[in-house]
Design a protein around this ligand. Structure first.
Ligand SMILES: NC(=O)c1ccc[n+]([C@@H]2O[C@H](COP(=O)([O-])OP(=O)(O)OC[C@H]3O[C@@H](n4cnc5c(N)ncnc54)[C@H](OP(=O)(O)O)[C@@H]3O)[C@@H](O)[C@H]2O)c1
Length: 262
């Protein structure tokens, strides 16, 4: 199935590894031009160097810390310089630390808001007007299954990602008639450094082995395993493609059935 992405330009955040890189690779495989962004220029270069020859020349790197002052404007400007336009924006960021809800630090919430929420809203606002003028655009935001079924030890993640969902749903209604779709992806447990570090933290807190924690976690998912970044990237690429033009304002679960509600 041709997703119609050959003439499209995408900016993918948090894309030096994990879910963001999985999405970037899926878009590159469909023929898109893709700017990948994260803090580490060397990690981005490594990710680009590992691409197949025919994709490397369509991949651009935009190093920036989402938590830094003015990061969104700088990333938007760099992406426009490299790509000419941003047809597809994939919002993503590093995840916040785990902890119990009652021990949550308000200062930490504010710090995380400034790197997980504000810059993603600012980037969305920076690229959406041109998408509307061109009559075509895709805004995808990587959230978490916790926006539907809150995860017990991730209170900051559950709260701040829900703030993004509320904004994106509202924006979806405003821009739908201009050919711009706005959707949220809700990963359950996809095997990345992030899931590995969450499992390690839980193992340390409970005095169990990492393997035991990961086995129990996988066993609680109907699919019986963690997902792969390739499975996640494939769903994102479909949503970015021409065939998903009537899907907007939605939360799309990529969770192997982990979320128990309908
Ligand atoms: N994997 C899952 O199953 C899952 C489930 C639910 C939610 N999520 C959430 O989805 C997001 C991506 O997950 P992941 O598993 O791919 O995480 P990951 O492996 O930790 O990757 C995070 C990416 O974000 C970049 N990043 C981190 N802090 C940044 C900052 N301040 N500015 C710019 N870039 C930054 C990292 O690169 P640099 O270090 O180079 O900056 C990296 O490319 C996270 O927020 C995670 O919590 C993941």
């Amino acid at each position: 199935m041709d997703l119609g992405l050959r003439d499209k330009c995408a900016l993918v955040l948090g894309a030096s590894q994990g879910l963001g890189l999985g999405v970037a690779r899926a878009l590159l495989a469909e023929g898109a031009q893709v700017a990948i962004s994260s803090r580490s220029a060397s990690a981005l270069e490594e990710a680009r160097d590992a691409l197949p020859d025919d994709q490397r020349s369509r991949c651009f790197i935009v190093p920036a810390d989402l938590g830094a002052e003015g990061a969104a404007d700088a990333i938007a400007a760099a992406a426009r310089r490299e790509l000419g336009a941003v047809d597809i924006l994939v919002n993503n960021s590093g995840g916040p630390p785990p902890g119990s809800p009652s021990a949550t630090s308000v200062e930490e919430v504010e710090r995380q808001f400034a790197r997980m929420v504000t810059p993603l809203l600012a980037l969305t606002l920076a690229v959406a007007p041109a998408m509307r003028e061109r009559g075509w655009g895709r805004i995808l935001t990587i959230a978490s299954s916790g926006i539907v079924q809150p995860i017990a030890h991730l209170p900051i993640s559950n709260s701040l990602r829900s703030a993004l969902v509320g904004f994106m749903k509202t924006l979806a209604g405003e821009v739908a008639a201009d050919g711009v779709t706005v959707n949220v992806l809700a990963p359950g447990r996809i095997a990345t450094d992030r899931t590995r570090s969450i499992d390690t933290a839980l193992a340390e807190r409970t005095g169990r082995s990492k393997e035991d924690v990961a086995r129990e976690s996988a066993g609680s998912i109907p699919a019986g395993r963690y997902g792969t970044v390739e499975e996640f990237g494939a769903v994102a690429a479909f949503l970015a493609g021409a065939g998903a033009s009537y899907v907007t304002g939605s939360i799309i679960r990529v969770d192997g059935g982990a979320i128990r509600s309908i």
